[in-house]
Design a protein around this ligand. Structure first.
Ligand code: DC
Length: 231
């Protein structure tokens, strides 16, 4: 069976990370969460005083500091993947509200994107990788053998995110969550550098009405076809 590259792209809260993680585990591939890399970079910018509510992100300072930002991944004792920023486990911090608020403006900076895309391509050099994000099938691995574009309506994604937040005990308002999802969709699809768009050769997975098991069945079948060399 040949080793391939799997690129999974889609909107925020479409469930693509869970899907990508599960697929990687099932087939014994490395999983890379590219969003975590943008989040870790945003955390670095926050910690080094490069973010200002009035002035935004100090693009020049962050661009000059990129080579001091070392991002890697480790497996924690419970088997989950954690992100390391210069060797420090920042997994919890990068999922918090502060980083979520700054990650979009950080992710639009071309220098940041070039630096992280280069790193992502290095991770994928030997194939046997599942990477999820926004531009994986279009920019990072345009030659990936398997490309999936995950779609779900904003309402379904907002309902999922709302449930996730309430289950964690975080107070949330459904309309606010929906508005935030629509705003992030807008930023992701309209930015100049590597906007979120479907690669022409991607398989579109509309998961509005699919269970996790049904999604995994579809992905595994596709994976089998691709690793056996069929189109
Ligand atoms: O998938 P996520 O929500 O963790 O992504 C965090 C942010 O990073 C989000 O604003 C989109 C951006 N991102 C990106 O621009 N390109 C990627 N390949 C992955 C994420």
């Amino acid at each position: 069976m040949r080793k391939i590259t799997v690129a999974i792209d889609g909107y925020s809260s479409s469930g693509k990370s869970t899907m990508a993680k599960q697929l990687a585990k099932k087939v014994g591939y490395v999983y890379v969460d590219s969003g975590a890399m943008y989040r870790a970079t945003a955390l670095y910018a926050i910690r080094h005083g490069m973010t200002d509510p009035e002035k935004g992100v100090d693009t020049a300072a962050l661009s000059a500091a990129l080579h001091d930002i070392n991002i890697s991944f480790t497996i924690a004792s419970d088997g989950s993947q954690h992100t390391l920023l210069n060797g420090e486990d920042v997994e919890k911090e990068i999922r918090g509200m502060q980083v979520s608020g700054w990650v979009s403006p950080v992710a639009v900076i071309p220098e940041v994107r070039h630096y992280l895309v280069d790193l992502q391509q290095k991770y994928g050099r030997d194939k046997g990788i599942v990477m999820d994000g926004r531009d994986i099938g279009t920019t990072v691995f345009p030659d990936a053998e398997m490309k999936v574009f995950v779609e779900a309506s904003p309402e379904v994604r907002a309902a999922r995110r709302f449930q996730e937040l309430t289950e964690k005990g975080t107070p949330a308002d459904y309309d606010d969550v929906l508005a935030n999802i629509r705003e992030r969709d807008h930023i992701d699809t309209t930015r100049k550098e590597s906007p979120l768009r479907q690669a022409p050769d991607a398989f579109v997975l509309d998961n509005d009405r699919l269970t996790r098991e049904q999604q995994m069945d579809i992905l595994l079948k596709l994976f089998e076809e691709k690793t056996c060399g069929k189109d």
